[in-house]
Design a protein around this ligand. Sequence first.
Ligand code: ADE
Length: 251
Amino acid sequence: MTSHAFALPLIRRPMRRVLLFVAMHSEAEPIARALSLRGSPSLRHGTVGDAEIQLLTPTLDAVTGVDSIGPVHAAAALASMLGFLTHASGVGRPDLVVNLGTAGGFQAQGLGIADLVLARDTMFHDARVPLPGYEAVARAHTRLSLDEAQLASLATRLNARVGLASTGSSLDATTDELAQFAAHQTLAKDMELAALAVVCRAHDLPLIALKGITDLVDHHEPTHEAFLRNLKHTSDRLAAVAAPFLEFVTH
Ligand code: ADE
């Protein structure tokens, strides 16, 4: 595995204000129901135990009406929401950013549909910049904020695997990327986590992530078919563990 270029702050105190980022409305709805959150589809709020939760889902694209998915939209939405919460809302800066969402998984790593992956680290797998220093910035390989003991404890509690969740702009994968996923023992492939990590690093904020698997990247079935078939089932599984996950990290 390549070493991390960057690391986010660890969780060393109770996290009372949590900004939860969920990229798609169909992923966010069951989570909002499970946590009894209220508000608008793009910003909901509520409490879990002693923690105040804000659930951010980027607004639907104004032209096509679909979710604004991908790393650019994720970074833009998180950065502007952090500015709003910190300076304009009266809510205040969050203590912690949490990403819940679906991802592709890897059968070579023993993963199956609706399995859970706790991200230890993230990076952009589709950034290729062979210039000294710039390569590290573009790949943004970042250690997230749960330490090894917290990861192990949560993995047992949630029956989740722990490892690398890698981010790119595409739902499918190229042959080169497949080789890279195998070399890095990647467990999950998504379209937002590394972008959220870049924003959190700029704001010195801790970030953690839990992914549910909708499709197997190294399987012959076209990714988009498996993704659409399994989206509801996997989103429901994530929603079912959202409260215990948040309770563990906010205590
Ligand atoms: N989200 C769900 N499945 C995915 C995949 N295969 N790649 C990227 N993001 C995903």
